[in-house]
Design a protein around this ligand. Sequence first.
Ligand code: HPA
Length: 278
Amino acid sequence: MADEFLTRADFERAAQYIASRTQHHPTIGIVLGSGLNALADRIARADVIPYTDIPGFPVSTVAGHTGALVIGEWVGKTVLVMRGRAHYYEGYSMQRITLPIRVMRLLGVHTLIVTNAAGGVNETFRAGDVMLITDHINFVGMAGANPLRGPNDETLGPRFPDMSHAYDPDLCDLARAVARENGITLREGVYVMLAGPSYESPADVRVLRLFGADAVGMSTVPEVIVARHGGMRVLGLSLISNSLASHAQVDHAEVLAAGRAAIPRLTALIQGIVERIS
Ligand code: HPA
């Protein structure tokens, strides 16, 4: 879709609807990527709100993305889990796919944990690895498709937000510590977003490697930009669902299967992080 400029009223409408459906006051938001939905089953006293019920919420049409908010208690924290997300390639505008992040902020969420499935550009990465995102390349945004394009509402954030520490250094340290203590190997690197939905050609992968990307996917970056615009702290984790080093074909079913295999590790990691977030 071309540009679409949403306003605070759009975000407030959705936030008010969600507040009417739950007694919880979440402070931590978790976005679950392709194949990673199982974590949502851990949430206690959960209120489950299908995206189709929420005014203005984008609804994902992709296999592996059953769209609902799961709001409840987890390891002593009140969390809002997005079970599935909508993508730019589905035809939504940048502002529409990031509306849920704005809504979380209005509901009181101050810390965002974003997850995704990604292709491994770094030649040392293997399918099933978990990567801490330490920075991103906004490839789609460089060409103009930035979720902040359009009028800026100063009550939501500044016109020119800083992205020098988009991935919170303290949360990165916490993730490293939890991984170490739980014997989980944690890769680190730069995530690059491409619009998709076609996977990368071998020449695309060579370009991404030259750029300094370690992992490539079709989400996350717009959400992180909007979260930082709104002053949220962000932690990003990629599940490397396939290696792009070998020029092997990428298959969506394989992406989902790698997600299933890595769920126990990724869940343990996120649980340890959420437990210790201040
Ligand atoms: N490329 C882009 N997005 C992806 C990939 C990939 O190889 N794997 C999972 N999401």
